[in-house]
Design a protein around this ligand. Structure first.
Ligand SMILES: Nc1ncnc2c1ncn2[C@@H]1O[C@H](COP(=O)(O)OP(=O)(O)OP(=O)(O)O)[C@@H](O)[C@H]1O
Ligand SMILES: [Mg+2]
Length: 258
């Protein structure tokens, strides 16, 4: 963790809000999933979301991308009320990139053809397309994998492919749903470094959720914990692990960051 932690931004010189939820509620039928939640994601931060299965983490990503609409409340991206905007406007105008919990690639296409297919949708200029694909192949060390069908890639390679696909559209905001799930220790470390590198070099604001609390907190500047439709705690990783509510509802007494 030390390697990751030394990159963490300790304070923000000028805090700009990139994503804001204000009193957002969402229900499926009679079930209230999110109950009047408010939070902000600051520019160039890595913002973590933790919470038990079914807490509503993926639902928050769906609300940000516009895949679902809230029952009430306001969602702002770059200060603009996007609550009623469709998915494509949020993706194009506000440059939000989304790596879903499951899938996110074409199984029967090779890694290279996945990049090519998405680039044809999001980049008009053919030369720029090729340039971007080559940049991503180098950045993610895909050279030896590019002719393999995506369904045959390992779990970690698939996650890297999904992130690379999201990067084709030069996102300013990257939404990563369970990026560390079912990955080995070294692959998680490599992805952590990728995410921090995207923050440091590409100035991408990232919102990330995962059940690997320690791995998630190692890369986050701030994080929040969801439980029973509410945000029960929010703050820096160090503050969160000492938060009494967070301990009793999520971490347990013996959890630490080491
Ligand atoms: N389309 C839907 N229709 C009905 N209920 C849904 C729908 N999508 C999500 N839910 C419900 O909303 C709740 C939150 O789901 P969500 O997928 O956001 O949880 P999560 O925090 O991402 O969980 P996990 O950690 O298991 O991925 C769950 O109770 C789920 O059953
Ligand atoms: Mg989920």
């Amino acid at each position: 963790m030390a390697i990751i932690k030394k990159f963490r931004i300790k304070s923000f010189k000028k805090i700009d809000t990139i994503i804001e939820f204000e009193n957002v509620s969402l229900a499926y039928g009679n079930r209230l999933i999110l109950d009047n939640i408010s939070f902000k994601i600051n520019k160039n931060s890595i913002h973590g979301m933790l919470g038990p299965n079914g807490a509503g983490k993926s639902t928050i990503f769906n609300l940000i991308t516009g895949l679902v609409k809230p029952k009430s409340g306001t969602i702002r991206i770059f200060g603009e009320d996007v609550t009623n905007y469709p998915v494509y406007i949020r993706t194009k105008k506000f440059k939000t990139g989304y790596c879903p919990q499951y899938g996110g690639f074409f199984s029967d296409l090779t890694l290279h053809d996945n990049l090519k297919a998405i680039s044809e949708i999001v980049i008009d200029n053919k030369n720029l397309r090729l340039e971007k694909i080559n940049y991503l192949i180098t950045k993610f060390e895909f050279e030896n994998l590019k002719d393999i069908k995506a369904k045959f890639l390992s779990g970690g390679q698939k996650k890297r492919l999904v992130i690379a696909l999201a990067l084709l559209s030069d996102p300013k905001v990257l939404l990563l749903d369970e990026v560390y799930a079912a990955l080995d220790v070294l692959t998680i470390k490599m992805l952590q470094e990728t995410i921090v590198n995207l923050q440091q070099e590409n100035h991408i604001t990232t919102c990330i959720c995962d059940h690997q609390a320690r791995d998630l907190l190692a890369t986050c500047d701030v994080a929040m914990i969801l439980n029973n439709g509410k945000i029960i705690a929010e703050g820096s990783p160090a503050d969160l692990v000492n938060n009494i509510e967070a301990k009793s509802a999520y971490f347990g007494e013996s959890f630490n960051l080491k």
